[in-house]
Each structure stands twice: as structure tokens, then as C-alpha cells.
Design a binder for this molecule. Structure first.
Ligand code: FPP
Length: 246
């Protein structure tokens, strides 16, 4: 069957940036060294995808489950988030990038929460690309949160249960105001979704890459976009229907 790309550039790309720890271990260095190198790749990725015309980029920086890592690593990651925001917010702002955080930020320190809010305010009106950073995020948390919000609206008499459909539900999710990701990338060789955007990935194309995140190069990013253009997205229709519509 021939494959007909419909949109050559995805409007939303999301990434699980995996492999920092193994990258450091291969060099006999502590895991934090890998995370610091990971920040450099993150910076390149933001630049690359913005230049490629991607309007939404969502990065998984810290999952709800990452609190279970050794204290030293968790503390190091928190410091790294803070330093990265201090170091890169202005640069990203000048490039027209809007930064938003998704996830349960209440578990972060007061100082980090404040920095996050400040960053969101400073960059809030930018329109070149929206960079969503998923931090203390979990897909199941997101869905439960939406269900709780809707249950609250029902109990207040604002809506009836019968009014809850997919459209109403999605508006209560993180990223409810953004298109769903078209392309999901995971580096580091694992073929898992790891409680990332569970609802939002319903029709995403999945691209897995063995490269460890610190080694993920511009050419690897280009390969992911090229592979995307070669996929045929059918949304439940047949290949023949899609080709006839093109
Ligand atoms: C996964 O590698 C990576 C993380 C849990 C942290 C991701 C964080 C960064 C890349 C830092 C930059 C992010 C921002 C937004 C400033 P791993 O530790 O699970 O690697 P492993 O699978 O090799 O152990």
C-alpha cells in the first residue's frame, strides 16, 4: 500500500527524553552529569523544532514516579530545573517561545513554583512555539484530575452527566487548549509510554530511537520528522479512503 502524507510538518511533537543516566554511566560519571548534558540536548531540540515550524513541543522532564529515585538525584534534578529556568528563560523569550508547565507543581519548593509562574507570565504572549514542560506529570493523574473537575461541576449543577462527552472531557485535561500530539518520540531504546500523555496520544505516530537523550542529534531529530511524513494517518478509516480524499 502506498503511503500518503497529509501534513508534512506535525503541529505538535512530544518527547520522552530518556537515557541520561545510562549516558553518564557509560562515562563512569554520576547520573546528574547525564541530566546536565540532557539540558543541552533539550536546548538544541527546542531550537530545532521551533525552526522546523512545530507550533507545540511537549517534553517529559519529570514524571510523578520519578520521586522514587534516590534523594540525591531528585534534589539534583530540582536544582537543574531551577538553574535551567534562570539561564534560558530570557533566551527562549527572545525567540518568541511561550513556556508552560503541566503537572502537579504543588509538590515543588516554593521558590521553584514561583520561578515557574514567573516564566509562564514572562513568556505568556509569545507565539512562535509553545513549549510545554511536563514536570511531576502523569497521564493517569491528568485524567483523574479532569474527572474530579467534571464531578465538581456536576455536583454544583453546572452540567449534567449526559453532557460529558469527549470534547467536554478534553477541555479539563492539561493541554486541553492545544491540538493533540501528532508525533511522539522516545529516545533511549525503551518502547513504552510510561504514563505520559495517555489521552492525548490516542492518534499520535510513535517513533522510538535507541540513541540516548544526550546523544540525540539534529540529524536524529530530522530523521524523526522525515519518518513522520512517510506515515499514513488513518484515524480509523481505510487506506483507500484516505488516499481518495487526498
Ligand atoms: C530520563 O533519563 C530523564 C529524566 C528523568 C530527566 C529529564 C530531564 C532533563 C533532560 C533535564 C532537562 C529538562 C528541562 C526541561 C530543563 P533517565 O535518567 O531515566 O536515564 P536512564 O534511563 O538512562 O536511567
Amino acid at each position: 500500500m502506498t503511503s500518503q502524507p497529509q501534513e508534512s510538518v506535525p503541529s505538535h511533537v512530544c518527547i520522552i527524553m530518556d537515557g541520561n543516566g545510562r549516558w553518564a554511566k557509560k562515562r563512569l560519571m554520576p547520573r546528574g552529569y547525564g541530566h546536565r548534558q540532557g539540558v543541552e540536548t533539550t536546548r538544541r531540540a527546542v531550537e530545532f523544532f521551533a525552526a522546523a515550524g512545530i507550533k507545540h513541543l511537549t517534553l517529559f522532564a519529570f514524571s510523578s514516579e520519578n520521586w522514587n529515585r534516590p534523594d540525591e538525584e531528585v534534589t539534583g534534578l530540582m536544582e537543574l530545573f531551577m538553574q535551567s529556568l534562570q539561564k534560558y528563560t530570557n533566551e527562549l523569550h527572545e525567540k518568541g517561545i511561550r513556556i508552560r508547565f503541566i503537572g502537579n507543581r504543588a509538590m515543588f519548593s516554593e521558590a521553584l513554583q514561583q520561578k515557574i509562574s514567573e516564566t509562564e507570565v514572562i513568556t505568556g504572549n509569545n507565539s512562535v512555539m509553545t513549549l510545554n514542560i511536563a514536570a511531576n506529570y502523569g497521564g493517569q493523574w491528568d485524567i483523574v484530575n479532569a474527572a474530579r473537575a467534571l464531578a465538581g461541576q456536576v455536583s454544583e449543577g453546572e452540567i449534567t452527566p449526559a453532557q460529558i462527552d469527549e470534547q467536554v472531557f478534553r477541555q479539563e485535561l492539561s493541554l486541553g487548549d492545544s491540538p493533540d500530539p501528532d508525533l511522539f518520540i522516545r529516545t533511549g531504546g525503551e518502547h513504552r509510554i510510561s504514563n505520559f500523555l495517555l489521552w492525548q496520544l490516542a492518534y499520535a505516530e510513535f517513533y522510538f530511537c535507541d540513541r540516548l537523550w544526550p546523544d540525540f542529534s539534529d540529524s536524529d531529530m530530522r530523521d524523526a520528522l522525515t519518518e513522520y511524513t512517510q506515515r499514513q494517518r488513518r484515524y480509523g478509516k481505510t487506506g483507500e479512503q484516505i488516499e481518495a480524499a487526498n
